[in-house]
Design a protein. Structure first.
Length: 43
């Protein structure tokens, strides 16, 4: 992760019932490639 620019996209808390540890933290992030790295192509 330290080799890339990482951007936080979203963070959310949730509660799941019938679990030993019911609190769930979800973190979404995006990596940006270095300028000299090729971008993967999608079809």
């Amino acid at each position: 992760m330290s080799a890339h620019n990482v951007f936080l996209v979203d963070v959310s808390w949730d509660f799941t019932e019938n679990e030993a540890e019911p609190y769930v933290l979800t973190i979404y992030f995006n990596f940006e490639p270095e300028p000299d790295e090729p971008t993967p192509e999608t079809d």
